[in-house]
Design a protein around this ligand. Structure first.
Ligand code: COA
Length: 167
């Protein structure tokens, strides 16, 4: 590859808003590590969203989830196209999680557009773990905002960050 990579590592990017990272995301990343040598989590811009957490807060929350993985997971940001970011990092794939049929239309569109933009990068879908199919960052934020217990759907440090935001 002509992107400055010195080894032939199999790299994937996992893009999203991660506002905040949930146990569902963590599950996808841990399973993607069985397919790829390295995962680069990319905090990207979805113009439809107005995040609660700053980019730095989101980077810190995600990084705390993977401190045990000896650098196989890293977190970066981009305000450009995911496929351009992927090519610049020597990544061969974009990983996305599918929770339910309702995710499919959007993900299908996104994957086909990304393929049109850049044929060298494939999209790989992983089924979200059964325990996480009902959660999303928005639902968790809404529950936390109204004092609901978000134990078990986000890592403990994310739960603490949500409580601090809404206290
Ligand atoms: N478990 C739990 N929840 C999950 C999940 C999982 N495994 N996978 C996704 N979700 C939830 C997220 O929490 C998020 O919830 P929310 O909508 O309540 O915030 C939702 O599913 C989907 O969000 P996410 O995966 O973060 O995607 P997104 O739609 O916010 O972002 C981008 C999509 C950032 C990847 C896309 O906009 C993008 O690629 N932007 C960069 C520009 C670009 O390249 N555009 C494409 C050109 S066509």
């Amino acid at each position: 590859m002509e992107n400055g990579q010195t080894s032939r590592q199999n790299i994937a990017v996992y893009p999203g808003t991660f506002d905040p990272v949930t146990n569902g995301h963590v599950d996808i990343i841990r399973r993607a590590l069985q397919l790829f040598d390295r995962i680069i989590i990319v905090i990207a811009v979805n113009a439809q969203k107005n995040p609660l957490f700053t980019v730095d807060e989101r980077i810190e929350m995600i990084s705390n989830c993977f401190a045990d993985l000896n650098g196989r997971v890293s977190v970066e940001t981009t305000d450009g196209l995911i496929v351009d970011f992927a090519v610049s990092k020597g990544a061969s794939a974009i990983v996305r999680g599918l929770r339910a049929v309702s995710d499919f239309d959007y993900e299908f569109q996104l994957a086909l557009m990304n393929r049109k933009l850049e044929r060298r990068v494939e999209t790989v879908f992983l089924m979200t773990g059964f325990r996480w199919i009902f959660i999303s960052s928005s639902i968790i934020k809404d529950a936390a905002k109204h004092g609901g217990n978000v134990n078990g759907v986000v890592p403990d440090h994310v739960k603490a960050a949500l409580e601090a935001k809404f206290s």
